[in-house]
Design a protein around this ligand. Structure first.
Ligand code: C5P
Length: 300
């Protein structure tokens, strides 16, 4: 059985610029994969259907598991009548953490199954399948550093940060459901793309890591839903973080520091039950090496 890594992301910037006719919100966001990863064991079987197991950690096992839905979608499009797949998830990325764990797993399943089945879908075919599974899934088909438009599914790859940089993640014991975060938004905070986003698009990554971090329009509504998160945010600011941000719709709050000692002291002040984890940014080239997938036809 082959094993594939499935990397988490941070949103370095997340702006909500409108409401769409399809019920989703129009976003301008910057994604960055980091070296926190789940491992997926994936094997082709002769039994029709998807056999999904959670080998370690926490994840739903039913239809709300995106790896299961991805495997089913792949089989419908490229499998034969007798084809089946076994997927075992070794989870490290917490669900509901704003780190894209489920979406990453779905994209990994699609790319791994294409490799195992020996089919060569075009980038367009994979993208269509991915976006049908969730707005974050297309980004995870290639990882690295990217800007996203639309529902967060229209991806523009950006040059990798050099060198890689460190972020610290405060992962609370509870998650936040993405629909709840968007529902709590109230109005649209502003319709003009932020200068931070435009600069990232023009020039790629900033020299100084904390300047890569913009704003997150979901912070205020999510902090209203879960005041504990604002407590974590404030505690990290007071502990001399250079920048503190929520990732996606939460619950993870991440921070950048001048040095690891300051970061460790900041972590020791967090509420009990909050995990404090050091991660490194993972650029597109490193992502491709670690994933081992052949390039997709039509990929930028
Ligand atoms: O696509 P996904 O299933 O990940 O989205 C979950 C929910 O998050 C959507 O049903 C919607 O309520 C909200 N969402 C949104 N606008 C986006 C992405 C997600 O309103 N761009």
């Amino acid at each position: 059985m082959a094993t594939f890594p499935s990397f988490a992301k941070l949103n370095l910037h997340l702006q909500v610029v409108g409401r769409r006719a399809d019920g989703y919100h129009e976003l301008r966001t910057l994604f960055q994969t980091v070296d926190l990863a789940d491992q997926l064991e994936i094997e082709r079987t002769g039994r029709p259907g998807v056999d999904l197991a959670i080998a370690a950690g926490e994840a739903p096992t039913g239809d709300d598991n995106l790896a299961r839905r991805a495997a089913r979608a792949f089989l419908e499009q490229w499998g034969s009548r007798t084809d089946g797949v076994r997927v075992a998830l070794h989870k490290r990325i917490p669900p509901g953490g704003g780190l894209g764990g489920g979406s990453a797993n779905a994209a990994t399943v699609l790319r791994a199954m294409a490799t195992i089945w020996g089919v060569r879908p075009t980038h367009r075919e994979l993208w269509e399948l991915a976006r049908g599974l969730g707005a974050d899934v297309p980004f995870f088909l290639s990882g690295g550093y990217a800007a996203a438009f639309g529902r967060g599914d229209e991806i523009v790859p950006l040059p990798d940060a050099e060198p890689d940089w460190t972020a610290w993640l405060a992962i609370p014991s509870f998650g936040v459901a993405t629909p709840d975060a968007f529902a709590a938004l109230g109005g649209i905070p502003g319709t003009t793309p932020d200068e931070h986003f435009l600069r990232a698009l023009r020039r790629g990554p900033e020299e100084v890591p904390w300047r890569r971090i913009g704003r997150n329009d979901l912070e205020a509504p999510v902090f209203r839903l879960r005041p504990e998160l604002e407590g974590i945010y404030t505690s990290l600011v007071r502990a001399r973080a250079r920048v503190v941000r929520m990732s996606g719709s939460g619950s993870t709050i991440f921070a950048l520091f001048d040095d690891d000692d300051t970061a460790r002291r900041a972590g020791s002040l967090l509420p009990p039950g909050t995990a404090w984890l050091r991660v490194r940014s993972l650029g597109g080239a490193a992502w491709r090496r670690a994933s081992g997938f052949a390039p997709i036809e039509g990929e930028e």
